[in-house]
Design a binder for this molecule. Structure first.
Ligand code: ADP
Ligand code: MG
Length: 701
């Protein structure tokens, strides 16, 4: 940007220190440039004029040309309103003001031609417009003849400080006029030409003052493309750089551990998705470069097994491996699973969590350093500095969205040659988000469930079906199954939630007599040890019903549980519902998910419930979730800030542009990995600028 564009916004005529402060506080607009990149959120066609006879109150807005015939102030003091009759020669509407009468009244001129703009309402069988925009219909009064009027996001505070959408529009005009001809292009000419984009100068003019819809679309496309393109270029360049800078363990052979396991211990055939992913991993760890890979796969798709077999590859090549899970329960389950899988194979593994006794800890530390211990499974405890390996070659991070970037970085640093990293998640992320959030990771997907699983049947009931639900539960328990009953848990109203949970427990307890049935309860207020004990009781089949809050959300594996009942479904997010449902359907039995809700449902809740009933496909659910909530609310995106930094592109809607931008970025880097060629000078400069400004989050793993 030119120097002028970097200029403090307070110097723009009409802004001044007070408004400048507002713009800073409310919009983070500091400079001319910042304001130029504060884009309209909607446009209204100002070429259309209505005849008053056409107007009805269902129209979102109207624009009419006409004259005021008379003006009256009606009512007393606070109740006062100003009413002007306005006619286009055929019909009459009323223009009404409740506020600012003092300022408005003296400026209204009878008989002068005005353009009126606003939302029509019906009152006493007459159409009126409250607080209309009013402007004298002088021809060519404005220099800029935009056909579409831009509307800008503003806040209440801004409006109170006399900065509304219209003011911002005026500021934009001021800036554009002063920087006119001096906005340097931010994409290299070869790209602009080759891709048929409009240049930055035109794009910025047209986004604020569009001549028509067609050119507006071009302006939007150009700016969206650029925004997504630079994010991708930045991420992919970092990835390239990492590949150039860092060596990685080269796993050249598939050896005894892997082969023995495959031949003797693997209790079933791998799914073709598992085979494909294992091949992808094997290929990459053979290259001598560090692997950073995201493994996505729905709950129950068999990620753990893929993880285990990858670790065996590391062992075969003289390296150690570790697996980090977000909770103690999960880590313990992983240990048990792995122990079972490795039965009869001579592998040394151990569990390290917060509750590992100091004495055992010491042994683990020693055996890690000596190399005797080959696989370490654990929680955050793995990250501690005292945990040092002899030669760590492979790291698995389960349910990665629970860990922060910094924590992952710690694992990186555990070995002079950084270990290969596989992050596993059962929360499918829509492609667009994955490309942006984890764009520097390779992605593998297990998109197939092991054979023989029956799809979970999901139904939605209102309160009136409760008795039937309880009867159904009884039947299932009589068949030997177990049941989860989950209540929402929202931090702001923990007390209320706890009450809900307790009442729910009592209600269930009164229906299921204690001499025949036993019920577990787990909630966030319990101590971890208590929680664990209660979970274990359920896992062992000692209790038939688990009444719980969402603490059971992730990872727990009780294959005999076949019914998931969710209370107040409307209070859960989609991905959470999907996670919860994933707790059942893990065994051979037909499983069920019952979504209970109140009668009063918002459209969004309805859509969420419908989606859950319609599909079991986590990716499809993730896409709906992204559309409903927007990327800012999707788990994992908050800490990255990415969703908020996007000024014009929308990850829920602009998937195609994103893919295109990424492909273009990659093709440029293929020829010039570090952007050193002269032709890419602009790119290098922009990437540097952007990565300083906002993209520090993109260093993942
Ligand atoms: P995830 O971690 O992806 O949710 P798991 O790895 O826990 O899934 O696998 C779920 C269950 O499916 C486990 O009991 C596992 O042993 C089993 N499993 C994994 N792969 C297969 C397969 N190819 N065929 C049959 N069962 C499998
Ligand atoms: Mg798992």
């Amino acid at each position: 940007m030119s120097e002028l564009a970097g200029q403090d916004i307070k110097f723009l005529p009409g802004v001044g220190p007070k408004k400048a402060l507002l713009l800073k506080q409310e919009l983070s607009v500091h400079s001319y440039e910042d304001l130029l990149y504060h884009f309209p959120f909607k446009y209204i066609d100002r070429t259309k004029f209505y005849a008053i006879s056409e107007i009805h109150s269902k129209l979102p807005y109207i624009q009419v040309k006409g004259r005021i015939t008379d003006i009256q102030t009606i009512g007393e003091k606070r109740q006062q309103r100003l009413v002007a009759n306005f006619t286009d020669g055929q019909g009459i509407i009323e223009l009404v003001w409740f506020k600012g009468i003092k300022f408005v009244k003296p400026n209204l001129k009878i008989g002068v031609e005005y353009i009126v703009f606003g939302k029509p309402n019906e009152f006493n069988h007459r159409i009126n417009v409250v607080h209309p925009e009013l402007e004298e219909a002088k021809p060519n009064k404005n220099k800029i003849q935009a056909a579409l009027q831009a509307f800008y996001p503003t806040s209440e505070k801004m409006k109170a400080g006399f900065v509304n959408s219209k003011t911002i529009h005026k500021f934009q005009e001021g800036i554009l006029n002063s920087v006119n001809g001096k906005i340097p292009e931010t994409l290299p000419a070869y790209l602009v030409n080759h891709l048929g984009l409009i240049n930055l100068h035109d794009a910025l003019w047209q986004i604020h003052f569009p001549e028509n819809t067609e050119i507006l679309k071009k302006a939007q496309y150009r700016l969206k493309f650029e925004e997504l393109f630079y994010i991708q270029l930045n991420i992919l360049k970092k990835k390239m750089k990492r590949k150039i800078l860092y060596q990685g363990h080269q796993f050249i052979k598939i050896g005894e551990y892997f082969n023995t396991f495959f031949q003797n211990n693997l209790p079933f055939e791998l799914t073709s998705a598992q085979k494909r992913v294992l091949k992808e991993i094997r290929k990459e760890v053979g290259l001598g470069k560090q692997m950073n890979r995201l493994l996505q796969g729905d709950v129950g798709s068999g990620k753990t097994l893929v993880g285990l077999m990858s670790m065996l590859m590391a062992l075969d090549n003289g390296c150690q491996a570790c697996l980090m899970a977000p909770t103690e329960i999960l880590a313990t389950q992983h240990l048990e699973t792995i122990a079972e899988f490795l039965d009869g194979i001579n592998v040394n593994y151990a569990l390290l969590t917060g509750s590992t006794k100091p004495k055992d800890r010491k042994v683990i530390h020693e055996h890690l350093i000596s190399g005797e211990l080959q696989i370490l499974i654990g929680t955050h405890a793995l990250l501690e500095d005292v945990v040092q390996f002899k030669n760590l070659g492979f790291v698995i991070i389960d349910e990665q969205h629970r860990f922060g970037v910094a924590q992952r970085a710690k694992l990186w640093a555990k070995n002079p040659i950084p270990p290969h990293i596989l992050v596993m998640t059962a929360t499918p992320i829509p492609r667009t988000l994955a490309m942006t959030l984890y764009g520097d990771l390779e992605v593998s997907v297990i998109d197939e469930l092991p054979p023989g699983r029956k799809p979970i049947q999901t139904v939605h009931y209102f309160e009136n079906k409760r008795q039937e639900v309880y009867k159904f539960m009884k039947k299932q328990i009589d068949l030997g199954r177990q049941i989860y009953l989950v209540y929402p848990m929202i931090k702001e109203s923990e007390k209320m939630d706890y009450k809900n949970l307790e009442q729910g427990y009592e209600s269930v307890a009164s229906f299921f007599s204690p001499d025949k049935y036993s019920i577990s309860m787990v909630h966030g207020k319990m101590k971890p040890a208590e929680k664990d004990a209660e979970m274990q009781r359920f896992a062992k089949g000692e209790t038939q019903i688990m009444v719980a809050t969402t603490v059971i959300e992730v990872g727990v594996n009780v294959p005999n549980a076949s019914v998931m009942i969710i209370e107040s479904t409307e209070r859960f997010g989609l991905s959470q519902l999907h996670q919860l449902r994933g707790r059942v359907g893990r065994g051979a039995d037909q499983s069920y998910c019952i979504l209970m809700s109140s009668y009063k449902l918002s459209n969004e809740s309805k859509k969420r419930i419908e989606t859950m009933v319609r599909t079991n496909d986590g990716f499809e659910i993730a896409e709906v979730d992204l559309k409903l909530r927007g990327p800012g609310d999707i788990e994992g995106t908050q800490q990255s800030g990415i969703a908020y930094d996007l000024k014009i592109a929308n990850l829920a809607k602009d998937g195609q542009v994103l893919q295109y931008a990424r492909d273009i970025a990659q093709s440029i880097l293929d020829k010039d990995p570090l952007l050193e060629k002269e032709i890419n000078f602009t790119l290098a400069k922009q990437v540097k600028r952007l990565s300083k400004a906002q993209f520090n989050w993109s260093v993942i793993s």
